[in-house]
Design a protein around this ligand. Structure first.
Ligand code: UT7
Length: 353
């Protein structure tokens, strides 16, 4: 079976830098608290009107496509990961197809939050392996700044997230099989929905409190639209994400090392073989914990949360692209991507660069 490789990679972050000091104007927080608990110094926010999740994804995609030595018309499938789409529906994939004047190719949106990009990469990898497509564009992009509560009520979440996008082009590679051959060696996807509500945005949605309270059974024409999204929901901040941070933290530091080990074991490799680990940029403390658990030296883990915050589905491709641009990933290196987040979902990908 044909293996896939990353033939081109790019990222885009908005110009507008928002520091911890800037956030203090809107909520009761401090640079000291944010840096100590998360490692974040600043993040980028998209232009309020001029940039969307899709336009940022398109900018990252243009770079990835050019570096792959192809044109947008050569792309034969799009996989777009985001939790902050331009529209509730349709998804961002079709907007990319339109913006880049691509052929009438398939476009799929993936909704796996922080692990969205690794899931999207895995989906694309399967299509390449079966020979169905030859040039797949995989994008992770987020415009979080539009959906955050910039008051003290939302400070445990708002200080963490930032905007940005990353993209890769996947192509088939003619390679020897086994861990020495170039390309994606394996991907590993997991979920545990038991704690779905502890990191979630509840509305707009169709749940009608089914999962958390007694369901309202009867059809009521007047109420239907109101149950999807109402003034009361906005007053109760249900249009903003909710998170039990410490609970997410505890699970992340178990599942991330586990899913890295799973990828190594499947390929007959050990942590000593890793040249670069790209962990999802959720919290510098989580990444450091994972590094420690896997006994990796500082030069084998790439972090950039300090300047971008947590960009959810965009965090892994942005970090991967930066590490590669800085010469920290070279041909033949063993690169591991690992992510954990809302759902819970978590995933890894092991790549011979
Ligand atoms: O990428 C998606 C996956 N998400 C994650 O992986 C996030 C995982 N969790 C975390 O990163 C951390 O739990 C947080 C950074 C979200 C929070 O850090 P923490 O050390 O777990 O703090 P905490 O939530 O236990 O809150 C400690 C205190 C509280 O005050 P009291 O109750 O001790 O008086 C919070 O109200 O810190 C307070 N607090 C803040 N203070 C200043 C919460 N947010 C802030 C803030 N500024 N922004």
């Amino acid at each position: 079976m044909q293996r896939s490789k990353i033939a081109g990679i790019g990222y885009y972050v908005p110009k507008n830098i928002f520091t911890n000091e800037d956030l203090k104007k809107y909520m009761d927080t401090s640079d000291e608290w944010i840096q100590e608990r998360t490692g974040i110094k600043e993040r980028r926010y998209a232009d309020r009107l001029g940039e969307t999740t899709t336009t940022m994804g398109v900018e990252a995609a243009k770079i990835a496509i050019e570096r792959a030595g192809i044109t947008p018309q050569d792309i034969d499938f799009i996989v777009f990961a985001t939790l902050s789409p331009d529209y509730y529906f349709p998804g961002c994939g079709v907007l990319v197809q339109r913006a880049l004047k691509m052929k009438e190719i398939g476009a799929l949106d993936v909704r796996n939050q922080c692990s969205g990009f690794v899931y999207a990469l895995s989906v694309a990898d399967q299509f390449i392996k079966t020979g169905m497509y030859r040039n797949i564009l995989v994008i992770g992009s987020e415009k979080h700044s539009f959906g955050l509560d910039f008051t003290t009520r939302g400070r445990n979440i708002s200080v963490i997230f930032g905007d940005g996008a990353g993209a890769v082009v996947l192509q088939p590679t003619q390679t020897s099989t086994g861990p020495g051959g170039q390309g994606i060696l394996s991907t590993h996807l997991h979920s545990d929905g038991e704690s779905a509500e502890i990191l979630a945005m509840y509305n707009p949605g169709t749940h009608a409190n089914h999962w958390t309270a007694q369901p309202v059974a009867k059809f009521d024409a007047a109420e239907m639209g109101q149950m999807f999204m109402s003034h009361a929901m906005i007053d109760e901040a249900q249009n903003f994400p909710n998170m039990d941070g410490p609970a997410v933290f505890k699970k992340a530091v178990i599942k991330l090392p586990e899913v890295v080990m799973e990828s190594l074991t499947q390929n007959g490799l050990t942590t000593a073989d890793i040249d670069m680990l790209i962990p999802h940029q959720a919290n510098l403390r989580i990444a450091q914990f994972v590094q420690q658990k896997l006994h990796l030296s500082d030069d084998k883990v790439y972090n950039n949360i300090q300047k971008y915050g947590n960009t959810t589905a965009a965090s892994v491709p942005i970090a991967l692209c930066e590490a590669w641009e800085q010469g920290k990933i070279k041909e033949g290196d063993l690169v591991c991507l690992a992510a954990f987040g809302s759902g819970f979902t978590w995933a890894s990908a092991l790549i011979r660069w």
